[in-house]
Design a protein around this ligand. Structure first.
Ligand code: ZN
Length: 248
């Protein structure tokens, strides 16, 4: 029912457009400390900026978690280590040590997982949403720099003369966006449509865009989905396609 057959697939494509300048650091470190040398944006082999699919997923997941909690759905935080996840270490061990088949174990772990882990994945489930890396659209990337101010980690105040520049992706820059969702149930398809609304900036209120990368508290990072296209295939459609293909 879960992993052993194709039920449906939704492919969402479009462009992520920078509403503000965006800084997605090359080191993946969002610190304001200049000694961290996180002044460059992450780039691909051609020297164009790149937004990792994992970053996009993380931003959407954290907003989606907050929304789920606000409507009383269970949503664990897999990044803290207090073992209060939907699938605790104890439960995981019980299922792993049981006499169930591998497929039954996978299904049991899935059923025990929270709404968020079922979609985005968790310690014991793969998740149903796949976010591809977002590549810059355009022949040439012209970067811009911003002045930064070094913040002392201990006091939180500006540290001495620690002025430094950091690189940004200019406002208006565009990136390819691809999200693939597989085998969603009815409710999850509604969640997916809400996630698309969040990306377009009208999930909660109009113009409420998600912020990506670092320095978002300084007004950087908001991006929105444009030119969206949604392609849906289910098992019946696939069966028809294959029958046509193999018919004599
Ligand atoms: Zn969970």
């Amino acid at each position: 029912m879960l992993y052993d057959k194709f039920e449906n697939r939704t492919i969402i494509t479009g462009q992520l457009v920078a509403v503000d300048p965006v800084h997605i650091g090359a080191s993946g470190n969002d610190s304001l400390n200049p000694s961290d040398l996180d002044s460059h944006v992450l780039k691909d082999l051609q020297g164009k900026p790149l937004i990792p699919g994992s970053s996009v997923k993380g931003v959407i997941r954290s907003r989606f978690e907050a929304v789920m909690r606000s409507i009383g759905e269970t949503a664990c935080n897999i990044f803290d280590n207090n073992d209060e996840d939907c699938v605790s270490n104890r439960l995981y061990k019980d299922i792993a040590d049981s006499k169930l088949s591998e497929l039954e174990k996978a299904e049991k772990l899935y059923e025990s997982s929270c709404t968020v882990c079922k979609l985005f994945g968790g310690k014991s489930v793969a998740g149903k949403l796949r976010f591809k890396d977002c590549y810059f659209i355009g022949e040439k990337f012209i970067s811009e720099n911003r002045d930064g101010v070094g913040i002392d980690r201990d006091t939180g105040s500006v540290s001495g003369n620690a002025k430094y520049d950091f690189e940004i992706i200019p406002k208006g820059s565009r990136f390819d966006f691809v999200l693939i969702a597989e085998n969603l149930d009815e409710k999850q398809r509604k969640y997916l449509s809400f996630i698309v609304d969040l990306l377009e900036g009208n999930g909660i209120s109009e113009g409420d865009y998600l912020a990506f990368g670092g320095k978002t508290t300084r007004g950087l990072g908001r991006m929105k989905l444009e030119n969206k296209n949604i392609e849906y295939t289910d098992a019946d459609m696939l069966k028809k396609q294959l029958e046509e293909r193999f018919s004599l």
